[in-house]
Design a protein around this ligand. Sequence first.
Ligand code: HEC
Length: 168
Amino acid sequence: MMHALKFALAAGIALAAAHAPAQEHDPAMHMQHQAQAAKTTKAAPQDIRQAVKFPKMLREHTLTNMRDHLLALQEIQEALAKQEYDTAGDIAEQRLGMSSLALHGAHDVAPFMPKGMQEAGTAMHRNASRFAVAAKDASATGDVKPALAALAATTAQCVACHAGYRVQ
Ligand code: HEC
């Protein structure tokens, strides 16, 4: 709630600043404003991700896995909401964790990955397995916070890898 409110306030202030009357009345400022606006709307954000070459089959295979990663996260969240912690842990271990390496053909893909990409992948698998353990603990203790933290550490690796790499 507070976050949303702060954001709304900040956005409101930014809007107000952009439409400050003093600037509207100064033609020079106005021109400058328009030029700036044109620049920001035209220039698409630069893609600074490193392009990694995968053989076509492997690329398709990888993207199929990726879509299952997202599905797995959704299923995990659903299980957590139902307090089905063991189920959440099993999904994580089988589909994202260390047990999923063979399923994902990690052995075939790894040689095509730069080191940083490999590391993000390994960290994701490790954290997913850590989540699986924490989720099992939650079903005994009722405390789900450590599991949620491990889940966030897992998705942080999705984010990190996506920010750094794309496949060709
Ligand atoms: C080791 C790196 C890496 C990790 C870790 C990773 N991804 Fe990806 N993912 C990629 C790359 C590379 C692409 C392709 C991006 C591109 O070429 O534009 C991709 C694409 C995707 C796509 C799009 C699939 C499609 O059909 O185009 C989804 C969805 C996705 N990832 C979900 C996830 C989720 C969820 C996680 C974490 C649980 C995850 N990924 C972890 C590297 C990774």
